[in-house]
Design a protein around this ligand. Structure first.
Ligand code: ASP
Length: 360
């Protein structure tokens, strides 16, 4: 056989072999799985109780490796590795963990081989952490928080499926560019919209004003909308030069309110105050007077609402222009506090901070 014939035969055999392989194995089985890093912070998803039917339990008992091992199905969706950032109930969430978590996410998402990040967290303050990350993470890659209402040891624990769904969303390229997401109980929420609405129900998270970003059922993901407000790569906030976040306190308005707690917050070092007002961000005249006096001294004062849904409009029943106040618009008190803390790293100017509330 001539040399040319041998080469042609070899090529035919090679192509035949490759074709056989392609037939034998579906393309998805050979495509590399996306690399997702799981950052565990604690919460009920990592909680444990003495029995599977008792209400009392302790958050943050199970480590990230155990969490990953409990959901082997997720390894078919992504190549997973875990890191323990903290192991606390999210009622104990604090600035040290926030800064560590945000910086680690920025490092990880800057690595070309990392496709996305999943964060396990407690439900109590997940909306604040998600919104904080939404403002300081500098990547379009999927960053997805998840949680659980029932501890890992409970009958019908919700954590494993929530975790599975969170990995599915993080591994889905269509999740990119939608801001930081929260996946709980088959729903995909945006960081600025979600809020916890029930102390104990599994179906606790709602996105009352803006609606869901999407849904996810056993990993099958559907997206409905993009993010509300500037976020991640379009956010002008950065932690690059931040070592300390300014103190901002939230004070709830009520019947017969006076200005004592407003003054006490400032005396304790608050540089900003968020009022969880009644109705459309309202409060008694005595509280308004105390707030106005603090605003005059340079304390930044935001009117939000203790009502679960709806916007707080500027200059509706309160003359924000006259008092130098800021209206929180669509942000609830806890998220207003997050935005105000970051705003205060840039400026004390009430007009500029109102612009942040307009845009974020
Ligand atoms: N207290 C718990 C926490 O936030 C509640 C939960 O995770 O569901 O860590």
């Amino acid at each position: 056989m001539s040399r040319k014939c041998v080469m042609v035969l070899a090529l035919v055999l090679l192509l035949g072999f490759a074709g056989g392989l392609a037939q034998a194995a579906p393309a998805s089985a050979t495509a590399p799985l996306p690399n997702i890093v799981v950052l565990a912070t604690g919460g009920t998803i990592a909680g444990a109780a003495a029995s599977d039917v008792q209400a009392g339990y302790t958050s943050g008992q199970v480590g990230v490796e155990q969490l990953l091992a409990a959901v082997p199905q997720a390894k078919k969706l992504a190549s997973l590795r875990g890191e323990q950032i903290s192991n606390i109930g999210s009622q104990d969430m604090n600035d040290e963990v926030w800064l560590k978590l945000a910086r680690r996410i920025n490092e990880l998402t800057a690595m070309p081989e990392v496709a996305g990040v999943v964060i396990t967290h407690g439900t109590d303050t997940i909306e604040e952490t998600a919104y904080f990350l939404n403002l300081v993470v500098k990547s379009k890659k999927p960053v997805v928080l998840t949680a659980a209402m029932r501890p890992s040891t409970a009958l019908s624990a919700d954590g494993p499926l929530n975790f599975y769904n969170a990995v599915a969303v993080a591994a889905n390229q269509s999740a990119a560019g939608r801001g930081v997401l929260v996946v709980v109980n088959d729903w995909i929420h945006g960081a600025s919209s979600l809020t916890k609405t029930s102390t104990t129900a599994v179906q606790t998270f709602l996105s009352p004003v803006w609606g869901l970003i999407g849904t996810v059922a056993y990993g099958d993901t559907e997206f409905y909308r993009g993010p509300v407000g500037r976020n991640t790569v379009t956010s002008e906030f950065s932690l690059d030069k931040v070592t300390v976040l300014p103190r901002v306190d939230i004070i709830m308005a009520h019947e017969n309110m006076d200005g004592a707690l407003i003054d006490a917050a400032v005396a304790a070092g608050a540089r900003g105050v968020v009022i969880a007002g009644v109705g459309n961000g309202n409060m008694t005249q005595a509280a308004l007077d105390a707030l106005a006096a603090q605003a005059k001294k340079g304390i930044v004062c935001v009117r939000s609402s203790r009502v679960a849904t709806g916007r707080v409009g500027r200059n509706v029943e309160v003359d924000d222009d006259k008092y130098g106040f800021i209206a929180s618009l669509g942000l609830n008190p806890q998220k207003s506090r997050v935005l105000l803390r970051l705003a205060l790293t840039q400026t004390k100017d009430a007009r500029q901070i109102q612009r942040y509330f307009d845009e974020y």
